[in-house]
Write a protein that binds this ligand. Structure first.
Ligand code: F6R
Length: 609
């Protein structure tokens, strides 16, 4: 979503802030802004609509001098992407400026009150904070922020500076991520680690309800009661280079190609084919506890939800426990059946998705044990759950999720084998065979890239259509859903995923020459049935495209285009089959000239409802 960077030290603040924002741009990109306190103690504010480069150009033309400042990239929630709605927002005097991620839920009521005294210039909830801090200011910025936040409900990560206090920033967090970077004679505030990795690896993670006063020399953190806290400084081990494009045209293409290694990382150290055992003890799930579990509920959103659907097939087959998979946004507003015999698995690449986080908090209250399947260590969800299994796929920068999806499915498979191992529903020899199969995945995925040229040809044709239907069955039904999601979000072609067996129950009415149909027809127990669907599609003059297992020459007669994929055990086929669908969406998007890494209206982590 939005990105925050703050700096105080001896260097030119604008340079560091703009560099940091460029690493966060994927979090929000409809406008950007920066505010710096000049050597003369004046606060200078610049804001631009559009990509960050517009702001960079402005600052290059007319440099900002000063050693303290804050910056922001915005993804609009309250008010259209305009200069006035871009952050930072200032109070009437122009001395206080605020950047904010999240949503102030009671901003309307606060605005009504504050409007009696102050003139509002934007439609945002954030501007309320600027006036509210001013309203509580009597010479001490920390106290003003502290008091102001007592009146605020909602999610926020904020960073505030005041022209009369050019030596420190005040940062605070509730439900939205915020970190402090510790340097030598300089300190940083950011919403995400990559923003400041060029400058420091020493990070303090702020917790909900904490407020920090950050100067060049130190960062003091207080709780809501105003008590000074002693905070741990964590060392970041990963490299900034791993968050850059590495020679690929887009992050998404790089991330698709990283899947052989990201899948290998997910497996590393957890699955031993020598002794046929899964090593996931750090999850803290014991055989005694698992015996008490009556059902598993998987909660997630978007692509992570589809990974959860695949997980249901695995858990029910291998661990023999009933599984529900729910969209977190639906679940949290129902009265779901959850108790201490329910194990809840929250899946989230970012670990920050507002609905998944809220749903996890809710089930904790109801007595359930919770596990996170996550990519980002230290993320909000990771701090709520009983145990976490990290997918270890490295930073995913492309807004459309790819490598996190395959790594999550691999983790769901390992988790299912592990539960089967704990409750004895699968014997050691079967587990060993499954581990051996799992370990072939990196090589198998690598082979999929051999058909990239053929995928490009199909993509160029598909780019001329307005609609597309994806069909899959069993383990590959969620892959039909994911294939459709990738196509629609990247190329803006209307796409739907369907369980192939449902075609006759409605969607067949849509099929004509203008509706290409992509069927997942790789080797499976339901192969023959999917072929019947393809015949029905062809009989209605639609373009039929199939994913097939290499060597399946018979299918050639039934369809217009085939993507041949290496043979893999049916259970693991979703992990392989999704790769050509990711590439297909990528190349259609490229052909149509769309913004591959930052599709319109989307954000990488949806930290608001
Ligand atoms: C689609 C996509 C989204 C995310 C969803 C959940 O390509 O990336 O659908 O999967 O917003 O995000 P996480 O996994 O971060 O909770």
């Amino acid at each position: 979503m939005c990105g925050i960077v703050g700096y105080v030290g001896l260097q030119l603040a604008s340079e560091i802030i703009l560099d940091g924002l460029s690493r966060l741009e994927y979090r929000g990109y409809d406008s950007a802004g920066i505010a710096v306190i000049s050597e003369k103690g004046l606060l200078e504010l610049r804001r631009e609509v559009g990509k960050l480069r517009n702001l960079v150009k402005d600052v290059m033309t007319n440099p900002l001098k000063g050693n303290i400042g804050i910056g922001h990239t915005r993804w609009a929630t309250h008010g259209r992407p305009t200069v006035f709605n871009a952050h930072p927002h200032s109070d009437e005097s122009g001395k206080i400026v605020v950047v904010h991620n999240g949503i102030i839920e009671n901003y309307m009521a606060l605005k009504e009150e504050l409007k009696k005294k102050y003139e509002f210039k934007s439609d945002t909830d954030t501007e309320v904070l600027a006036h509210l801090i001013k309203d509580n200011y009597s010479g001490d910025l920390y106290k003003a922020v502290h008091k102001a936040l007592q009146k605020v409900h909602g999610a926020y990560a904020i960073c505030v500076i005041h022209a009369d206090h050019p030596d420190y920033m005040v940062a605070a967090k509730n439900s939205s991520p915020l970190i402090i970077g510790i340097g030598e004679g300089e300190n940083f505030v950011a919403s995400d680690v990559p923003a400041i990795l060029n400058y420091t690896r020493d990070i303090i993670y702020l917790e909900d309800g904490e407020i920090a006063v950050v100067s060049a020399e130190k960062a003091d953190v207080y709780n809501l009661a105003g008590e000074k806290l002693s905070k741990k400084v964590s060392k970041i081990s990963w490299n900034i280079a791993s968050a850059e494009k590495g020679g690929y045209e887009h992050f998404m293409l790089k991330e698709i190609h990283e899947q052989p290694s990201s899948v290998a990382h997910a497996l590393a150290g957890r699955a031993s084919d020598a002794d046929g055992k899964l090593y996931l003890d750090d999850l803290g799930i014991t055989a005694e506890y698992l015996n008490t579990v009556k059902r598993i509920t998987i909660l997630a959103c978007g692509t992570s939800y589809y990974a959860g659907l695949v997980g249901k097939y695995y858990l029910e087959k291998l661990a023999r426990i009933p599984v529900d998979v729910d969209l977190a946004s639906e679940f949290r507003y129902r009265e779901p059946f959850v108790d201490d015999k329910t194990l809840v698995i929250g899946i989230s690449q970012s670990g920050e998705t507002a609905d998944t986080l809220a749903a996890i908090k809710m089930v904790k209250e109801l007595g359930a044990k919770t596990i996170g399947i996550l990519n980002v260590m230290g993320s909000a969800i990771s701090r709520e759950t009983t145990g976490n299994m990290y997918i270890h796929c490295g930073p995913e920068i492309g807004v459309a999720s790819t490598k996190a999806f395959t790594s999550t499915i691999v983790c769901m498979y390992m988790l299912s084998l592990y539960f089967g191992q704990l409750n004895g529903t699968i014997n050691a020899e079967e587990i060993r065979k499954n581990i051996v199969e799992l370990k072939t995945l990196p090589n198998i995925i690598e082979k999929v890239f051999d058909i990239e040229p053929a995928i490009k040809v199909i993509a160029n044709k598909l780019a001329n259509y307005k609609h597309c239907l994806f069909l899959g069955r069993n383990y590959n039904f969620p892959i039909a859903l994911e294939g459709a999601l990738k196509l629609k979000e990247l190329s803006y072609i209307h796409a739907e995923g369907y369980a192939a067996g449902e075609m006759k129950h409605g969607p067949i009415a849509l099929i004509d020459k203008d509706m290409p149909v992509i069927s997942i027809a790789t080797e499976s127990a339901t192969y023959e049935k999917v072929i019947s669907n393809m015949k029905e599609v062809k009989a209605r003059d639609a373009i039929a495209i199939a994913l097939a297992t290499e060597g399946d020459t018979a299918l050639k007669e039934e369809v217009d285009h085939i993507m041949y994929l290496p043979r893999v055990k049916e259970e693991l086929s979703p992990i392989v089959n999704v790769v050509p669908l990711q590439l297909l969406a990528y190349y259609v998007s490229l052909r149509k000239g769309c913004d591959v890494d930052q599709p319109r209206n989307l954000a990488k982590s949806v930290t608001v409802e």
